[in-house]
Design a protein around this ligand. Structure first.
Ligand SMILES: Cc1cc2nc3c(=O)[nH]c(=O)nc-3n(C[C@H](O)[C@H](O)[C@H](O)COP(=O)(O)OP(=O)(O)OC[C@H]3O[C@@H](n4cnc5c(N)ncnc54)[C@H](O)[C@@H]3O)c2cc1C
Ligand code: SF4
Length: 295
């Protein structure tokens, strides 16, 4: 293991400042980070312990918005009355992961940021892993890849996100609030993930050419289906509703459809058109609300 310093700042601001050094890492439960340090995959020069910073509350505002502290342990979150009552999906997802001992240590932030469990990423004996060593290739693509991605992969990496909690958070479209020098709330996890995935692919290409890139999230707007053939949308400050918004929704959805190449888009388009012309019960595009259908 490489030498590193251990720091326990007294305030959030001091922790943010301490982490500003090039390769410092925050320490949550340590169940992922310390393992990766032992394996030589992570080698931070400083560990910034944030466990004592009172980030352990789960609160629900009168608007219904629920806030979860970064240091809330996975067991506490899964069993919290607010989560059990309002987000049973999240509670079940947490309880389906790891073991009781691990869940008692693991924190919400640590779970969110845990690294992939791709065998080649976790074992430095394998030289080819773009995620660990940009530009080195991906040993998993032609290797042992039973736990890897079927959808949403790229030529550079086919790793999956290892977190059960993150799947539920993404399905609930949770947002992450980041404290930092320019810290701002992050938007929904799924939208960030899509942009991050593209960024990672570009960064790997740039890394192999010796350049580096920085990630910037762009908030391009929001879309939601609110009934059969109806939607609302706001794109770059422009608002639409009803049928025009619905067609905008379809166009944007088609544009961002991932995987399968152009043929996949054509197939989805044909499916949608035949669904609209056929059985009215098939006319819901996704999990949005549909007008009730009379039988
Ligand atoms: C044997 C085993 C089995 C497992 N099985 C499962 C499973 O079935 N399902 C599942 O979902 N997971 C599983 N896990 C993974 C487990 O859920 C994670 O190890 C755990 O959630 C990580 O949380 P932590 O607090 O210990 O994070 P740490 O290891 O402390 O940190 C992980 C990352 O988060 C960062 N971080 C931590 N806190 C903060 C913060 N406040 N702000 C910013 N960054 C922060 C760290 O710097 C680090 O990069 C398993 C782990 C093990 C060891
Ligand atoms: S799938 Fe990703 S993490 Fe695994 S070897 Fe390939 S590049 Fe590395």
């Amino acid at each position: 293991m490489n030498p590193f310093t251990y720091q326990r700042p007294e305030t959030d601001d001091a922790a943010v400042q301490a982490a500003a050094t090039h390769s410092a890492k925050f320490l949550g439960g340590g169940t992922n980070l310390v393992d990766l340090m032992r394996y030589g995959v992570e080698s931070p020069t400083a560990l910034i312990d944030v466990n004592h910073l009172h980030l352990t509350e789960v609160t629900r505002a009168s608007s219904g918005a629920t806030t979860i502290g970064a240091s809330v342990r996975n067991s506490d979150l899964a069993n919290h009355p607010i989560i059990r009552e309002h987000y049973p999906l999240l509670s079940h997802a947490l309880l389906s992961g790891a073991s009781p001992q691990l869940r008692n240590m693991a924190t919400t932030a640590g779970n969110l940021l845990q690294r992939t469990r791709c065998y080649y990423f976790m074992d430095t004996a394998f030289p080819a892993c773009n995620k660990r060593n940009p530009g080195s290739g991906c040993a998993a693509i032609k290797g042992f890849n039973r736990i890897h991605a079927i959808l949403g992969s790229s030529d550079a990496c086919i790793a999956t996100n290892p977190s059960d909690m993150n799947v539920a958070m993404a399905a609930l479209d949770a947002s992450v609030h980041v404290e930092g020098p320019g810290g701002k709330p992050f938007p929904g996890l799924a939208t960030v993930a899509i942009q991050q995935a593209r960024h990672v692919a570009k960064a790997i290409k740039a890394g192999s050419a010796g350049a580096s890139t920085s990630f910037k999230y762009l908030d391009k707007g929001a879309l939601a289906v609110v009934g059969r053939g109806k939607a609302v949308c706001e794109i770059r400050g422009h608002k639409l509703s009803g049928r025009p918004a619905f067609f905008t929704y379809l166009t944007v959805h088609m544009y961002y459809l991932s995987g399968g190449g152009p043929g996949h888009r054509v197939k989805v388009l044909i499916d949608w058109i035949s669904a609209r012309l056929g059985d009215p019960q098939n006319q819901v595009i996704d999990g949005g609300l549909a007008d009730p259908v009379e039988r």
